[in-house]
Structure formats: structure tokens, C-alpha cells
Design a protein around this ligand. Structure first.
Ligand code: AMP
Ligand code: GLY
Length: 428
């Protein structure tokens, strides 16, 4: 089979490696991919994820057999609708189903209607109404842009003033453009967070191994929010009991709700949960694999990713083999100094090949000179690359990931030194 993979980050590098394990795969076109993904069966194509007409034209011209969409933007723009209309089968939700991530108001109304546990909330289209509500609502309180905002549209406001500033930033200064013209203001929840990526064909749900992202830039969960600086999997707070509650009260009801609403979700549905004293509650849905959760979770997958993805598309997930190793994994992201603010690009970059239980995934990496491959690779993004280590225990996986993170080399590299520490301390 010839596959098409949309995206170019660490998540897509992990998807690519997992897909290439299938003997059915002949070639993978990655749009646009990154320079570290190149290989004998991999062709990088300079089409951006938001160029959905060009993506569909390319897929038709090259007679692609199956397409996998990584990032949220093309899903929200209808990339799957466009490809499927052109006769290309896809893994990923169509535009209507992708609203579960692209509109927080849609997601919250869905949860309310179908009694899926989540934080209490209000939706506002007018700044004056949002500000009036903030005058005497309980604090802390959480202010969220309705639309996509690169994971940066959420303010957990510890004070009323902070919440007011967040609303003004979104609705007056329009910091995220139209994404913030509607805001969701919600109840502040407390508890450990867990990410659960689930395969679904619109009816059946098969969860992958749970994980824990570390979103802040600096040790001790300090500093600004980032796309994610490291992950451990499985998440030790996600006990069998919590998993059973999540399946019964959250995963199945969500998939059934989407079907009832006429927009069945097929693809990877990402549940961001908080384990509160009243049980697990939904913090957010994503309509795609998480980044960097995917880099920690997919190396643990023992069954064929391609077969599971095609089963999600065909509606046969119920009979599909979805198996994960009992090992643990830890992913540590190597970032460029300054990230998530401004940082240097174009720094000479190197990263070793994978060994059995240590894997490397690149994100912000490009060719130093497009015309001369001998010039090697350089950095081109903030989250440059990551390492994932597998081991029988979480402690060993963490230790092994840290033993190899500096094998990812470029000037001014930095990583968090405490991925997994809080979880390990809680269980030691
Ligand atoms: P989101 O983009 O919706 O996942 O939010 C980003 C982060 O903000 C989450 O990972 C949580 O740490 C935090 N957060 C979001 N909603 C809430 C809430 N209702 N209560 C407490 N923290 C929250
Ligand atoms: N790691 C969080 C996300 O992918 O949204």
C-alpha cells in the first residue's frame, strides 16, 4: 500500500515509524514531514497541512491507498471530507466530528446534553456578559477560547483580575483572532491529569495505554505552557477502577453521543481527563493523537497500527487486534533555549538511530542546505526532537530516557529534568 501522512512533528514521526512496521506498506508520502523522516520508503512532499485541496489532488494523482491526518487544523478544515470525496480512505474524523476539538462550546454542550462528567461551564459571545459573570463567580476559574489556539487559549485564573484580563485578551484584543470571539468560562477542577488516546470506529472504543503529559516549560511544573515537554506511560494515577469508570461514564457515552448527533467520530479520540475526588472528568477532547503522548504510547503498541487504523475506517474495530506491551515508557523532549518564546533556528543538529528500547523522534528539524544533503540537518523549531525509552518499570524508563536525551545534539538545547518525578514520588 502507498500511504499519505499529513503533518511534520514528533507525533507524525512516531506514526510514521509505527506504520512502516507493517509489511503491507510500500511507500509513505509525508506532507510536509521533516528532514529526519526521510528514508528509502518515505518521500517528503512540500505541501502544508492547511492546503487541503492540494493534499487531495496529490493523493489522487499518486493513487494513494490510505491517508492518515496528524494535526488538528486540517481535520477542522475538512481534510478528511475532501480526501474521502476524492475516493481516498482516511484515518481521522471528518469536519463535523472534528468539532469536538475545534469548538470547545460544541464539546461542552455535548457533555451537558449527554451527562458526561466535566467542569460546570457557561458560554459567552459578548464580552460584557462574560465580564459581568466574572464579577461574582467562584474563583479560581478557567477561561478558554472556543476555537483552536495552539493549546494556548486556556487561562487557569487564580484571581478575578486574571480572569478579567484573559477575557479582555481574547474578546477585545483578539489575541487568537476569531478563535476567541466566543469564550467558555468553567469551574476549576483539581486532581491528577491523564491523557487517554482511544481508537474508535464510531461505535467501538479501544483505549491505548494511558499517559501523563508535562505541559509547563520548566521543572516543578513552572514556567509557561508548551505543547508538552515529556510524557510517561502508563499513567500510575489511572488505576483499573478509574479506567472502568472512564469507559462507562465518558468514552462510550461520548462516542454514542457523537453518533446520535449525526457526526460519528472515527479516528483517534483523545480524552484529557482530570481524576477528581468525584471521579474522572473531561478537561478536553482532541480529535487526533496527542503530541508528545503519541511518542510515548505508540512504541508500546504490539499489534499493527495500520490494521487498527483501517479497521477504524471500515467500522470493524470490534474484531481488531489492539494490543499493548506491559512495559513502561518515558519520553523527554529536547527543546531550543527560549521555547515556547523566541529561540534560535538553523543550529547544526544530530540524533542517533533507534536501538531496541530507545527511540528518537524529530520535530523541528530541517536540511541545513536543501541542495546539498552532505551538509546535514539543522534545527527549525522550538520542540526539536525527543527520546523515548522503554523498560519494565516507570523508574527504569525515566532513567534510561535521561541517559539518552543528550544524544540529541544541538547548541543551547534544554529539557525538563523531572519528567515522571511527581508521579514516581506519589507512588514510592
Ligand atoms: P486544555 O487546553 O483545555 O487541555 O487546558 C490546558 C490545561 O489547563 C489543562 O491541561 C489543565 O491543566 C488546565 N485546565 C483546563 N481546564 C481546567 C479546569 N476546568 N480546571 C483546572 N484546570 C484546567
Ligand atoms: N499534548 C497535548 C496535546 O496534544 O494536545
Amino acid at each position: 500500500m502507498d500511504l499519505l501522512l499529513v503533518g511534520g512533528g514528533g507525533r507524525e514521526h512516531a506514526l510514521l515509524k509505527a506504520l512502516l512496521k507493517s509489511p503491507k506498506v510500500n511507500k509513505v508520502y509525508v506532507l510536509p514531514g521533516n528532514a529526519a523522516m526521510e528514508g528509502s520508503r518515505v518521500k517528503l512532499v512540500p505541501i502544508r497541512p492547511d492546503q487541503i485541496t492540494e493534499i487531495a489532488d496529490f493523493a489522487v494523482f499518486h493513487q494513494v491507498d490510505f491517508a492518515v491526518i496528524g494535526p488538528d487544523d486540517p481535520l477542522a478544515m475538512g481534510c478528511v471530507d475532501e480526501l474521502e470525496a476524492s475516493g481516498i480512505p482516511c484515518f481521522g474524523p471528518d469536519r463535523a466530528a472534528a468539532r469536538i476539538e475545534s469548538s470547545k462550546a460544541f464539546a461542552k454542550e455535548l457533555m451537558k446534553k449527554y451527562h458526561i462528567p466535566t467542569a460546570d461551564f457557561r458560554v459567552f459571545d459578548m464580552k460584557e456578559d462574560a465580564l459581568a459573570y466574572l464579577k461574582d463567580c467562584p474563583v479560581p476559574v478557567v477561561v478558554k477560547a472556543d476555537g483552536l489556539a495552539l493549546g494556548k487559549g486556556v487561562t487557569v485564573a487564580m484571581t478575578r483580575d486574571e480572569a478579567i484580563r484573559a477575557v479582555r485578551d481574547l474578546m477585545e484584543k483578539r489575541r487568537f483572532g476569531a478563535s476567541g470571539d466566543r469564550v467558555v468560562i468553567e469551574e476549576y477542577l483539581e486532581g491528577p491529569e491523564v491523557s487517554v488516546l482511544c481508537f474508535t470506529d464510531g461505535k467501538t472504543v479501544k483505549p491505548m495505554v494511558s499517559s501523563m503529559d508535562h505541559k509547563r516549560a520548566l521543572d516543578g511544573d513552572c514556567g509557561p505552557n508548551t505543547g508538552g515537554m515529556g510524557v510517561i506511560a502508563p499513567n500510575p494515577f489511572y488505576t483499573e477502577d478509574v479506567a472502568a469508570q472512564a469507559m462507562e461514564k465518558i468514552f462510550l457515552p461520548t462516542v454514542r453521543a457523537m453518533e446520535k448527533e449525526g457526526c460519528p467520530f472515527r479516528g483517534c479520540l483523545y480524552f484529557g481527563l482530570m481524576i477528581t475526588k468525584d471521579g474522572p472528568k473531561v478537561i478536553e477532547y482532541n480529535s487526533r493523537f496527542g503530541d508528545p503522548e503519541t511518542q510515548a504510547v505508540l512504541p508500546l503498541m504490539e499489534s499493527s497500527l495500520l490494521d487498527v487504523m483501517t479497521a477504524c475506517r471500515e467500522g470493524t474495530l470490534d474484531g481488531a487486534d489492539v494490543r499493548f506491551s506491559p512495559l513502561c515508557s518515558c519520553t523527554v523532549v529536547q527543546a531550543s533555549a527560549g521555547y515556547p518564546g523566541s529561540y534560535d533556528k538553523g543550529l547544526p543538529f544530530s540524533m542517533p538511530g533507534d536501538t531496541g528500547d530507545v527511540r528518537f523522534y524529530a520535530a523541528g528539524v530541517a536540511r541545513a542546505d536543501k541542495k546539498d544533503p552532505k551538509k546535514g540537518l539543522c534545527t527549525s523549531g522550538g520542540r526539536v526532537a525527543c527520546v523515548t525509552a522503554l523498560a519494565p518499570t516507570l523508574e527504569e524508563a525515566v532513567e534510561k530516557a535521561y541517559a539518552h536525551v543528550d544524544d540529541i545534539r544541538f547548541d543551547n538545547a534544554f529539557h525538563r529534568g523531572d519528567i515522571g518525578r511527581r508521579a514516581l514520588n506519589s507512588f514510592s
